[in-house]
Design a binder for this molecule. Structure first.
Ligand code: TYD
Length: 208
């Protein structure tokens, strides 16, 4: 049985994360490695239900604290039901967003602060931090331009450019603070070039 790894992908909306996830899935399928792809908020039936509440465009009255606690609740379910068991089976677990999203979006951008977000997430993560986090580094201005504007149905994307700029600054601070864990990838490059960087990082860490 191989050694399990827990890898998370982070970045602002439109950072090209989804494209990289698809490319990585194709690559890992061919490599014969044992892996799973999952996402936050979500990843299990209960956590996906919580996701619907958080991302529902109707829920404009949701308090920032409520939102942060819901992300943490979804995470608590996800980590216990799926991430830890899969990692213990020796799988490479690849998760689209995780706790750094709560740090960047809730602690920094919403202004709830790191102490509060770390505090509630102690109960959620059960000491299970990622072995590696890939941060796709592109500013929201550039990402929005590339994506062609915001998606009307998504409450979070309506929060505007200023919010996303704060998210981005949050990520930059996290990347500095947790430089051992967070690998910064220049996401302004072509998808193929970005993917080359992803593979290089995974090889260096002897994950693939
Ligand atoms: P999603 O549509 O999956 O966005 P993306 O394709 O950009 O990953 O929606 C997830 C949204 O949830 C995204 O706007 C980031 C936000 N989020 C938080 O604010 N905090 C969190 O802890 C997590 C996991 C996600």
């Amino acid at each position: 049985m191989g050694k399990g790894f827990f890898i998370t992908l982070e970045g602002c909306e439109g950072s090209g994360k989804s494209t990289q996830l698809k490319m990585l899935e194709e690559y890992l399928k061919k490599s014969g490695k044992s892996f799973i792809f999952t996402r936050e908020p979500g990843g299990t039936p209960i956590a996906e239900e919580i996701r619907k509440i958080i991302l529902d465009g109707k829920n404009v009255e949701m308090e920032d604290e409520t939102e942060a606690l819901l992300y943490a609740s979804a995470r608590a379910q996800h980590i216990k039901e799926k991430i830890i068991p899969s990692k213990n089976q020796g799988k490479i677990v690849i998760c689209d967003r995780y706790i750094d999203s709560s740090f960047a979006y809730q602690a920094y951008a919403r202004g709830l602060g790191m102490e509060f977000i770390k505090g509630i997430n102690v109960y959620a993560v059960q000491n299970c931090m990622p072995d590696l986090t890939l941060f796709f580094d592109i500013s929201p201005e550039e990402a929005f331009k590339r994506k062609g504007g915001a998606d009307k149905d998504d409450r979070l994307e309506q929060s505007g450019l200023e919010f996303h700029k704060r998210v981005y600054l949050g990520y930059k601070k996290l990347a500095e603070e947790y430089s051992d864990r967070i690998a910064v990838i220049d996401a302004r490059q072509s998808a193929d070039k970005v993917f080359e960087s992803v593979i290089e990082i995974l090889r260096k860490r002897e994950i693939i």
